[in-house]
Ligand binder design. Structure first.
Ligand code: NDP
Length: 339
C-alpha cells in the first residue's frame, strides 16, 4: 500500500520534503473480523488550503485536528468500498469523505463517508463542486452574503475550487460580478468559461484600491473573501454602505510567520458593513438541498466546473504545495486510480 506520510510540523511555506512516500503491507484486503470499519480503495484525493493549518504545530485550538507526524496524511477524497463491517456500506459502493493519502484506507469511523448518489457526474466532482468546496461556496454566498439581484459582487481567488462557483451563483442571482486571479489564463477562464462580467490579474496591479475603483466605480455590495491581507484592505475602502463580506479564507496569510495587520477594518464601522466568518462544517444540514440543486444545474449546463487533475499518488505533495503558489488552474485533485 503506497502512502504519503506527514513528516513533521511546518513553519512558513511547506515543501515536498515535508511529505514522504512510504509503503505498508496491506494484507488480505479484508476488514478485521468483528470490526465496523470500512476498507476503501482511493480513487481521487483532494488538495485543500485548510490542510496547511493541519501542518502547523498546534498552539491554539482549531476546528481541524493537526496531522500526526509520521502518520498518513488525511483529507477529502472519493473511494470505492472493497470490504465493509458496517451495515450502511457494502463492497462496490462509491463514497466521498475523509480518507487517507494512500492506495487503500481502513476507515474506522465510517460516519466520515457519504455514499455517492449520482454517478453520471464525474466522480472527482465530489472533491469539489459536489463536495466540501461546493457547499462552502453555496453557504458562503447565499447564507452569509444575503445577495440581492443587481448587487455588485467581488470574488478573490476567483478561479479556484470555491471562487469559480461563487461567481456563477452570483450570476445566476442576477448580480454584477468581478473576480481576480493570479494569471492571464485564469482571468480568461473567469470571463469566458464562468461568465464573470469582468476579471483582472491582481499581480499586475500596483494599486489594488485604484484597480477595484475602476471595476466598481459605485462600490462593492458583496465581497467573498478568499485571500485576506492587502486585498482585504483595498476592498474595505471600496465597500458600499451596508455591504456584506463573507470571510471564507485568508490564503495569503497561511504561510506567513508574521501575519499582516489590516488597517482598514475601521471601514466596518463607518460603512456599517457586515463581515462574517463561517466554516463549512456548521452548514452540513444544507448539503442535501445543495446537492439536488447543483446536480440539476450541472446537467443543464448552468454550472460548469474546471479541475486541475494531477495523475498519481506521488504527485499529491507537489499538488498541495501548488495551491499556495497559485499553480492550480481550477480545483486541485489527485487521481490515484480510475476504478
Ligand atoms: P483554490 O482552488 O482557490 O486554490 C488556492 C488559490 O489561492 C491559488 O490557486 C491562488 O490563485 C490563490 N493564492 C495562493 N496564494 C495566494 C496569495 N498569497 N495571495 C492571493 N491569492 C493566493 O482554493 P479553494 O477554492 O479550495 O479555497 C479558497 C479559499 O477558501 C481559501 O482561503 C480556503 O482556505 C478557503 N476555504 C474555506 C472554507 C470554509 O469552510 N470557510 C472551506 C474551503 C475553502 P491565484 O492564482 O488567483 O493567486
Amino acid at each position: 500500500n503506497k502512502q504519503i506520510l506527514f513528516k513533521g510540523y511546518v513553519a512558513g511555506y511547506p515543501t515536498e520534503e515535508d511529505m514522504v512516500q512510504a509503503t505498508s503491507a496491506i494484507g488480505s484486503l479484508k476488514v478485521p473480523e468483528g470490526s465496523a470499519a470500512v476498507l476503501v480503495k482511493n480513487l481521487y484525493l483532494s488538495c485543500d488550503p485548510y490542510m496547511r493549518g493541519r501542518m502547523s504545530e498546534p498552539v491554539t485550538k482549531s476546528y481541524t485536528q493537526p496531522f500526526t507526524p509520521g502518520s498518513v496524511i488525511t483529507g477529502y477524497g472519493v473511494a470505492k468500498v472493497i470490504d465493509s463491517g458496517h451495515p450502511d456500506f457494502q463492497a462496490g459502493d462509491l463514497v466521498w469523505g475523509i480518507t487517507g493519502w494512500e492506495e487503500y484506507s481502513l476507515i474506522r469511523v465510517p460516519q466520515v463517508l457519504v455514499k455517492i448518489k449520482y454517478t453520471d457526474i464525474p466522480l472527482s466532482y465530489y472533491t469539489g463542486i459536489l463536495g466540501m468546496p461546493g457547499l462552502t461556496a453555496y453557504v458562503g454566498f447565499h447564507e452569509i452574503c444575503s445577495p440581492k439581484k443587481g448587487e455588485t459582487v467581488y470574488v478573490s481567488a476567483a478561479s479556484g475550487a470555491v471562487g469559480q462557483l461563487v461567481g456563477q451563483f452570483a450570476k445566476l442571482m442576477g448580480c454584477y460580478v468581478v473576480g481576480s486571479a493570479g494569471s492571464k489564463e485564469k482571468v480568461d477562464l473567469l470571463k469566458n468559461k464562468f461568465g464573470f462580467d469582468d476579471a483582472f490579474n491582481y499581480k499586475e496591479e500596483e494599486d489594488l484600491t485604484a484597480a477595484l475603483k475602476r471595476y466598481f466605480p459605485d462600490g462593492i455590495d458583496i465581497y467573498f473573501e478568499n485571500v485576506g491581507g492587502k486585498m482585504l484592505d483595498a476592498v474595505l475602502l471600496n465597500m458600499r454602505n451596508h455591504g456584506r463580506i463573507a470571510v471564507c479564507g485568508l490564503i495569503s496569510q497561511y504561510n506567513l510567520t508574521e501575519k499582516e495587520a489590516n488597517y482598514n477594518l475601521f471601514c466596518l464601522v463607518t460603512k456599517r458593513i457586515r463581515m462574517q466568518g463561517f466554516i463549512e462544517p456548521d452548514h452540513k444540514h444544507l448539503y442535501p438541498e445543495f446537492l439536488e440543486l447543483a446536480v440539476e444545474y450541472i446537467r443543464e449546463g448552468k454550472l460548469v466546473y474546471v479541475e486541475d487533475v494531477a495523475e498519481g499518488l506521488d504527485k499529491a505533495p507537489a499538488s498541495l504545495i501548488g495551491l499556495f503558489k497559485g499553480r492550480n488552474v481550477g480545483k486541485q485533485v489527485v487521481l490515484v486510480s480510475r476504478d
